[in-house]
Ligand binder design. Structure first.
Ligand code: GDP
Ligand code: IMO
Ligand code: MG
Length: 434
């Protein structure tokens, strides 16, 4: 069964966009299953740079279908801007992009609510992307959300919109929030967005299941990463959706019985944007060197990413909850200059060692990483496209990661471009995308 989930196995920005774009050549459909325009998936094709936020990276492959699943929250203004940018860069979107009628609609009021909760004195700031993602998912779970199907029916939309938005304005006023939203103007704007989106809206669970029954192959593209998952991540420093493998099923309406494999994408080190615990964070010059060499600045917000060392307990944990068949290790080239590279092999806390991630932030904040130093290779791996050509010490580093996690490294990325990638012969990954 050639339906495969690709997801981030750390705190996001692992290079999923590059890998999904590369592998989508071998699939018929690429489907996003959660998140919104908090995601920023960067793909380089020659000199051209694309940053995909809501649209699956597979859109960059001519002839492939792209699906925005029911698990997403959609800001129509952001979606239409993304479509326009792609079309003007010569990427045909019309007729290839399908949007779930069950996905939820994100409104400016969600951004206002988020600003309120992030900035209120005494509240723990998550360091969100300020896109309104959390409050939109709050409305979904509270069963007052407005879905794409509702937006398609003016009468239904107006009634829902007026009731939901009046409540938000009342809350904002009660809390003394200054921002005043022109609710009527926004409603008119959304009605205009609806007309542009309408031709792309459909029953995507049925579309996907019929395609699978007809022998088509689907690649599921995760956004964010498993450690930002609402259930499994470093709660409350997480996003509001199911970024791990289970989310691919609930977020698209494709059953686990139809999934053939799961691939986790990880950097050769680790980064995090926003607040929250980060046991292997390198707060010294080494962290700055990774940031500079890896150009570790957010694709959506431009914020400098926090950088640190490969964290095996974290990877063991995300490998367990997602059941990786194989792993992709990206940005190996970023470590080229280091004489030796620390790898966290366990956490130490209260006199004992732990092999995996503890469940609470309070516990994670107390752990001390136990490092093993692996010799660096100190030669350029940038752009290497064959495993044999990697320096022996870089191969040893990858083998060490494999032995620590217990999952094969089936693919290695050595640069941002498609051809700067190694797929290992005979790996499970090679079979999954064959
Ligand atoms: P995503 O959100 O997981 O798709 O990742 P981002 O696009 O936010 O961040 C990954 C960044 O690393 C992008 O700028 C990519 O172009 C870049 N990138 C991906 N793979 C490699 C690699 O192997 N080496 C280098 N140097 N850059 C890479
Ligand atoms: P991609 O798909 C990295 C982080 C934010 C913040 C937390 C909650 O490009 O890997 P949110 O706006 O989602 O409510 O913010 O999650 N975050 C990401 N970090 N990559 C992402 O997406 C992220 N999307 C959200 O920085 O800490
Ligand atoms: Mg990103």
């Amino acid at each position: 069964m050639r339906n495969v989930i690709i997801l981030g196995s750390q705190w996001g920005d692992e290079g999923k966009g590059k890998i999904v774009d590369l592998f989508s050549e071998r699939f018929d459909i690429v489907a996003r299953y959660q998140g919104g325009h908090n995601a920023g998936h960067t793909v380089f094709i020659g000199e051209k740079k694309f940053v995909l936020k809501l649209i699956p990276s597979g859109i960059l492959r001519p002839g492939k279908m792209a699906v925005i699943g029911n698990g997403l929250v959609i800001d129509p203004a952001a979606l239409l801007a993304e479509i326009d940018a792609l079309e003007s860069a010569g990427v045909a979107v019309a007729g290839r992009l399908f949007i779930s009628s069950r996905a939820h609609v994100l409104f400016p009021a969600h951004r206002m609510m988020e600003k309120m909760s992030e900035n209120r004195p005494g509240r723990v700031s998550i360091g969100t992307t300020s896109r309104g993602i959390g409050p939109c998912y709050e409305d979904k779970i509270a069963r007052r959300g407005i879905r794409i199907a509702d937006l398609m029916n003016t009468e239904v939309f107006r009634a829902q919109y007026d009731s939901v938005m009046e409540e938000k304005v009342a809350i904002a006023r009660a809390l003394g929030i200054e921002d005043e939203l022109d609710l009527r103007r926004i409603r008119d704007e959304y009605e205009a967005f609806a007309e542009r989106i309408r031709p792309m809206v459909c029953d995507t669970p049925m579309l996907l299941n019929e395609a699978i029954r007809g022998g088509k192959h689907v690649l599921f593209e995760g956004a964010q990463g498993a450690m930002l998952d609402i259930d499994h991540g470093t709660y409350p420093f997480v996003t509001s959706s199911s970024a791990s493998a289970g989310g691919a099923c609930t977020g698209t309406g494709v059953s686990p019985t139809r999934i053939g494999g799961v691939i986790g994408v990880s950097k050769a080190y680790i980064t995090r944007v926003g607040g929250g615990p980060f046991p292997t964070e390198a707060l010294d010059g080494a962290g700055d060197l990774i940031r500079r060499r890896g150009n570790e600045f957010g694709a959506v917000t431009g914020r400098p990413r926090r950088c640190g060392w490969f964290d095996a307990p974290l990877l063991r944990y995300t490998a367990a909850i997602n059941g990786y068949d194989s792993m992709v290790v990206t940005k190996l080239d970023v470590l080229d200059e280091f004489e030796s590279i620390p790898v966290c092999v366990a956490y130490r806390c209260c006199g004992r060692e732990m092999a995996s991630m503890p469940p609470t932030v309070a516990e994670i904040e107390k752990v001390e990483p136990v490092y093993e130093w692996v010799p660096g290779w100190r030669t350029s791996t940038f752009g290497i496209a064959s495993f044999d050509q990697l320096p022996a010490k870089a191969k040893d580093y990858l083998a060490y990661l494999e032995s620590q996690i217990g999952v094969e490294v089936g693919c290695i990325s050595t640069g941002p471009e498609r051809n700067q990638t190694i797929v290992r012969q005979g790996s499970r990954l090679e079979a999954l995308i064959a």
